[in-house]
Design a protein around this ligand. Structure first.
Ligand SMILES: [Zn+2]
Ligand SMILES: [Zn+2]
Length: 140
């Protein structure tokens, strides 16, 4: 009696297990889709080519960058490879910070132990300005 029921029980457990994995994967992708959908397609971000002979600096949409990151991210290391440069064609284009004040392009966190968007050229930080502004608003 018991011996006949056992394979059915195992089959049910296996099916449940597979279903659980499928649901987890499906929810994860739909969550990511939702995040991507929430990005305003007109919002732009700066990217810079790391090819020393090119150093092209241009804007792409944040959405495009996010989709690229999702599709090309290394699942083990989480590292996103460079995008194809529209100027030189090499896969050496990465997101960059661009100073609102002097226009210099730099890597996030160029100034250690400071705001990650602190400009190493002129010392301006949009994040710092934002915090100062909200502090002023609160004290009023
Ligand atoms: Zn380039
Ligand atoms: Zn600057």
């Amino acid at each position: 009696m018991e011996d006949k029921r056992k394979p059915i029980m195992i089959a049910i457990i296996v099916v449940c297990f597979v279903l659980a994995i499928a649901i987890t994967i499906m929810t994860r992708t739909s969550e990511e889709e939702e995040i991507l959908d929430a990005i305003d397609p007109t919002e732009m971000t700066w990217v810079k080519c790391r090819n020393p002979n090119c150093e092209a600096l241009y804007e792409i949409s944040i959405k495009e960058h996010a989709i690229f990151a999702r599709e090309n991210r290394d699942p083990e290391t989480g590292i996103v490879p460079g995008m194809v440069c529209k100027e030189c064609g090499d896969e050496t284009v990465y997101g960059t910070e661009k100073c609102d004040k002097c226009g210099a392009a730099f890597e996030r966190g160029s100034v250690p132990e400071d705001f990650t968007d602190r400009c190493p050229e002129c010392g301006y930080s949009a994040e710092e300005e934002k915090r100062k502004a909200s502090r002023r608003r609160r004290s009023r």
